[in-house]
Write a protein that binds this ligand. Structure first.
Ligand code: NAP
Ligand code: GDD
Length: 337
């Protein structure tokens, strides 16, 4: 019999890659989605449109324990991947209260509902390298102390501790992934890598003439999301639940990302990138670089993408997307005339 998995945040970047991966492994895949998303599928389901006939969607919100309980009391799952969250760090400075509410209570509600209805279901929590914040050592591993620098980071530390506590207090199989930044063509446009790749395409195709960014010196350990969802799945297949860092072990600056992305379309980044203090954060995470030795040794996980391949794929995907959109617009105009 095929295994059943529940994914919260299935409409997001990681949720869509994970759903694809689990379907390929023969899983029956279920997703929690907000009711507003069900009412606006064309816009809200753009990342999972190609999977819609193969997955089962349930309306629920991270703000409502009854809505989550309703789902877990009616359907049994072998594994639950809790990915849903307000995941944009900058937004967490603008509205820390909503971020805390969604990310902390939402995680607690899922854990509590599983404990109540199906304590044998294995649980994955989407922890983040943002928890390391003002890093106390480099590279960061599972024993590095947390020093979060944003309401988002703080909410993820709370989710991490809740997950560990449910494991220790109730003997549930609860795992914390500590994932470093991972990107790809499905990344949200507000994150710096997609902001760069999409604006490079707009500049190359003559739609805009500049790219305004904040801190170009920030350094991140950037991998590809399709590699990272494989690690999530592997974490739930082990004999014992544990914590794992997932990272490439390389770090690059925002400036490096710009240079490579503009290079890819034959442009010099210095002619187009402008620094705008509006995009600086009240407290910055200057450097992230992960040590994924434990994931390599225990899970047999390795990233397949290099940094250069990641940047190339994102730029080419955005070039193609924009070219197609422009062609569609031109055809539409032609029909109107
Ligand atoms: P994402 O693209 O922003 O997706 C977030 C998902 O959460 C979306 O499906 C969104 O649904 C859902 N969501 C947000 N608020 C919700 C609410 N109140 N109720 C129900 N669903 C809600 O994020 P991602 O990049 O895939 O990341 C997945 C998880 O990994 C997140 O928890 C993130 O914090 C964590 N993480 C990400 C990275 C990374 O580099 N990508 C690294 C470490 C950890 P809608 O589509 O309806 O908005
Ligand atoms: N978004 C954004 N926009 N970031 C900018 C910009 C800009 O215009 N200019 C510079 N940056 C810098 C930010 O200050 C930050 O140091 C870095 O680029 C990366 O920003 P994001 O892409 O927004 O990602 P993040 O590192 O803050 O958070 C992502 O990674 C975390 C894991 O470390 C998110 O995916 C989080 O959900 C995830 O947990």
């Amino acid at each position: 019999m095929s295994k059943k998995a529940l994914i919260t945040g299935i409409t997001g970047q990681d949720g869509s890659y994970l759903a694809e991966h689990l379907l390929a492994l023969g899983y029956e895949v279920h997703g929690l989605v907000r009711r507003v998303a069900l009412e606006d599928p064309e816009r809200r389901f753009n990342r999972i449109a190609h999977l819609i006939e193969s997955i089962h969607l349930h309306p629920a919100s991270l703000e409502s324990y009854p809505s989550i309980f309703h789902v877990t009391s009616r359907c049994e799952f072998d594994e639950c991947y809790h990915l849903a969250a307000q995941s944009f760090v900058a937004e967490s400075f603008s509205d820390g209260f909503s971020t805390m509410n969604t990310n902390i209570n939402g995680t607690h509600y899922i854990l509590a509902a599983l404990r109540e209805t199906q304590p044998r279901c294995r649980f994955y929590f989407a922890g983040s390298s943002e928890m390391f914040g003002k890093v106390e050592e480099s590279p960061q591993n599972e024993r590095t102390r947390f020093h979060p620098r944003s309401p988002y980071g703080i909410s993820k530390v709370a989710g991490f501790e809740l997950t560990r506590n449910y494991r220790e207090a109730y003997s549930m199989y609860c795992v914390n992934g500590i994932l470093f930044n991972h990107e790809g063509p499905r990344r949200g446009f507000e994150f710096v890598t997609r902001k760069i790749s999409s604006t490079v395409a707009r500049i190359k195709l003559g739609v805009t003439s500049e790219l305004r960014l904040g801190n170009l010196d920030a350094r991140r350990d950037w991998g590809h999301a399709s590699d990272y969802v494989r690690a999530m799945h592997l974490m739930l297949q082990q004999d014992e639940p544990d914590e794992y860092v997932v990272a490439t072990g390389e770090t690059h600056s925002v400036r490096d990302f710009c240079e490579l992305a503009f290079d890819e379309v034959g442009l010099d980044w210095k002619e187009y990138v402008r620094v705008d203090e509006k995009y600086y954060r009240p407290a910055e995470v200057d450097l992230l670089m992960g040590d994924a030795r434990k994931a390599r040794e225990r899970l047999g996980w390795h990233p397949r993408y290099t940094f250069t391949e990641l940047v190339k794929e994102m730029v080419h995907a955005d070039m193609e997307l924009l070219t197609k959109a422009t062609e569609r617009k031109d055809r539409g105009r032609g029909q109107e005339q």
